[in-house]
Write a protein that binds this ligand. Sequence first.
Ligand SMILES: Nc1ncnc2c1ncn2[C@@H]1O[C@H](COP(=O)(O)OP(=O)(O)O)[C@@H](O)[C@H]1O
Ligand SMILES: [Mg+2]
Length: 240
Amino acid sequence: MRGAFVTGTGTEVGKTVVAAAIARTARAAGDRVAVFKPAVSGLDDYPLRPEVWDHAAELPDHALLRLAAGSRQGDDQIAPYRYGPPVSPHLAAELAGEMIDPDRLRGAALAATESAQLLVCEGAGGFLVPLTPDYLVRDLAEDLALPVVIAAPAGLGTINHTLLTIGAVREAGLEPASVVLTPWPRDPSPMERSNRETIERLGSLPVETLPPLDLSDPGSWPAIHVPFGSPKAASMLRAA
Ligand SMILES: Nc1ncnc2c1ncn2[C@@H]1O[C@H](COP(=O)(O)OP(=O)(O)O)[C@@H](O)[C@H]1O
Ligand SMILES: [Mg+2]
């Protein structure tokens, strides 16, 4: 499986925007792209009927990913578990009287790739967020074995959160491909520039940036390139 797994330093840090930009870039280059999101929660915060979604900034994650990828996948194929309350997936599932099934997630992710060349997967919350009481976003990233991209804000507090996430990804035996700071201001402050350099130096990985995007117009987004190979293969190559 080729593609990317987009995690982040937390919730509301730009994972969906980064995953959408990656999917859009690949699509614009001619690849057939499938998108995947193990669980969406917080749908209560969106208008009830999809017909009234009149702006992409108001689309829930799975719908924005679909738009960016130019994909025809149905909601169930992109995000097999969808919940109303804005809480961690393991709790949202519990409140709905069910449990997320890791086998179903792995199967759905694999099925999504059947008619696509690339899979762009967005995690839920941060890297150590539980999907079930004992199956974390980290475990899904390991199972899918895609290069991990870390979305993070550009401002104060991001060095620590980003380095902790890089450490957790490496501890899982995966090699993070890059960090993407988003939204990256048109005129970054000395602190924001310093954050970028510091994460690059202490994290030993490339740090990319994504400017503020008009989410309703994927055609206007700049390209963002990430390696789509297998991270395990990459670390084996380095060890050889
Ligand atoms: N480059 C960007 N351009 C425009 N809006 C952005 C950008 N990066 C982040 N945002 C905004 O920040 C908020 C959080 O981003 P989102 O991708 O939904 O985070 P997450 O998926 O981590 O919860 C959203 O309102 C999103 O529109
Ligand atoms: Mg999101």
